[in-house]
Design a protein around this ligand. Structure first.
Ligand SMILES: *Cc1c(COP(=O)(O)O)cnc(C)c1O
Length: 225
């Protein structure tokens, strides 16, 4: 399949999932994860009208941005980020998906030249090897972000374990519950309306459970022919 066909197939699955969940497709954004492809290949999704791109390494982000200069592109950073690398990244991106500790928030706040829309990463499934705030600690963490004027919590992000659909679905619905709890706090710096969840193998379930941002790589770029 070509990248064009992959995009169409993905968008159709998104539309079908949204319909099943009685949601509007307009409320769901496809983010193309370009981390494993060349800038030239990434340009192909832009040519197809996909303008939200995600990277997870500071050097790769900079490399992509040299080639991909369309001003409609919005850049998402989805990887765990070392505190000392914040300054290389934070003023190059439009969205940050991996806010998972106060020291990182502090450094982002210090280095950012404007308010950065952030997703707080939550380790819903409690997997040891995964980054993210535990759901129990989330509300306290969000309250503590109040002192950082350059951080706007627009939503929550999670990665589901690669297991059964039931566990994946429970993870996503858990994130939705957490998001609703934050929303009810009505914090001006943490409106928290969005849910960044779902990757190539589980974005359909994520949309059924309320995802507003799906991060899809392999499914868009695999061209097995
Ligand atoms: C790589 C990555 C994705 C995309 O994964 P695919 O399985 O290739 O769709 C999504 N989110 C994060 C955080 C990633 O690191």
């Amino acid at each position: 399949m070509s990248i064009e066909k992959n995009i169409h197939a993905t968008q159709k699955q998104m539309r079908d999932a949204a319909e099943r969940a009685h949601r509007s497709l307009e409320d769901i954004r496809l983010i193309a994860v370009t981390k494993s492809v060349s800038p030239e290949t990434a340009q192909e999704v832009v040519n197809q009208g996909v303008f939200h791109l995600a990277e997870n390494r500071p050097d790769k982000l900079a490399e992509k941005q040299e080639t991909l200069t369309d001003e409609r592109i919005k850049w998402h950073y989805i990887g765990s980020l070392q505190t000392r690398k914040v300054k290389q990244v934070i003023n190059r991106i439009d969205y940050f998906h991996a806010l998972d500790r106060l020291s990182l928030a502090q450094e982002i706040n210090k280095r950012a030249e404007k308010v950065i829309p952030c997703f707080v990463q939550v380790n819903v499934a409690g997997e040891e090897q995964k980054h993210g705030i535990s759901p129990d600690a989330l509300l306290d963490f969000i309250q503590e972000l109040k002192v950082f004027p350059n951080i706007q919590v627009i939503g929550l992000m999670t990665m589901a374990p690669n297991t059964s659909d039931d566990v994946i679905r429970a993870t996503f619905s858990g994130l939705k519950k957490a998001q609703q709890q934050v929303e009810t706090l009505h914090l001006p710096y943490a409106p928290c309306h969005e849910l960044s969840m779902g990757m190539s193998h589980d974005f359909v379930i994520a949309i059924e459970e309320g995802a507003t941002d799906v991060r899809v790589g392999t499914k868009l770029f695999a061209t097995d022919s």
